[in-house]
Ligand binder design. Sequence first.
Ligand code: PMP
Length: 406
Amino acid sequence: MKTFLKNSQSKSDFDLRAQFQGLRRDVAYLDNAATTQMCQSAIDAMNAYITGGRSNVGRGLYPIAEETMKKYDAARSTVANFVGVDAGRCVFTKSVTEGLNAIAFGLRERLQAGDEILVSAFEHHANLLPWRRIAKERGAIVKTMPMLADFTLNLDRAKAMMNERTKIVAVTMVSNVLGTVLPIADLADAAHRVGALIVVDAAQAAAHLPIDVVDLGVDALVFGSHKCYGPAGIAAMILSLDLIDSMEPMIVGGGMVDHVTTDGATWRQGIEKFEGGSPNVEAAIGFAAALSLIAPPPYEGGGRGEVLRQRLVSDLQSISGVTVFDPPGAIGIVSFTIDGMHPHDVADMLGARGVCVRAGNHCAAPLVEKLSTTGTLRASLAIYTDERDIEALVSNLKEIVKKAKA
Ligand code: PMP
């Protein structure tokens, strides 16, 4: 399974597609940045757990409960190891959105009036709105690290914006609109020089790039299962040991509490403090199984993913009236617009022809408004994407544009 990004159409590609029952639909599925199809190993692992007898975790002393606990712990280790840390730094949340909200909530008391939070011009609303909300509550200011004309981050400007008022740098690793890869290690280094924390949204990065949280030097990083070939409803919030000790939990209740008195409570130590309520054990098991399929993560540089993306970019550029946004070094995602045509109409027509793409502001309105007033069309690739998917998009688009001009 490690050969899938080789620049060839070998049997391994065919076998890989067979891992995804969802691909049996006769469509070109190019909305992988929203959600990927689920791999068979995730389905099988969840099925085995559920049909083998399930239980809650941490509460039962009977054999099924002990087995469940073991499976949940093993899943956590696999997910944590995928990004280079051990299980003691990996908290399960229901989504990337929830993880980023939990981090913003947990850090809010560190902020004072006049403090600054830096986000980038590329943020998904999930890594923007939680920061805006805590900034408003605490009298802090959210500033935006800008984009260059080639749709990459203006790193010099970003570094120059960091100073002793900067408390948090919250940044995406890969743009869900443009596929731009942000220089996380450089940003982490610059943030730490001024004593700020760096929080990374790796929702789009995890299925495409190798991530080592320790090498990157980040304090917190969140990524989810449903964009990595696993089930929805689960994500990993990776925290530094310092944040695990010091951050306030957003969710309080059963499972995270140590001691409850008539008028107070103390929290459990370690990651358990952040997992109030009954966890989604089956999804954790499926998440781990899916990550095992793509570990080590496929590196795009020079691999099949990059070749396919480049082909898509040049084929789209050859259609008259199409503008492609193509940042240098981008991965997995291509946004484009068509003169005189609304992206929603085009996506609708493509959908009717069996081509699944996304249209709109992609939950990143501040960025997309800079690209187009009506939003963009977005095609996004996955490990199972092949030339046929690209051809289906391009040939149908050519016909749609031709008809519209006729
Ligand atoms: N950040 C980015 C960059 C995303 O692309 C997404 C999903 N579109 C999210 C955060 C939110 O992820 P989720 O919907 O799984 O919470």
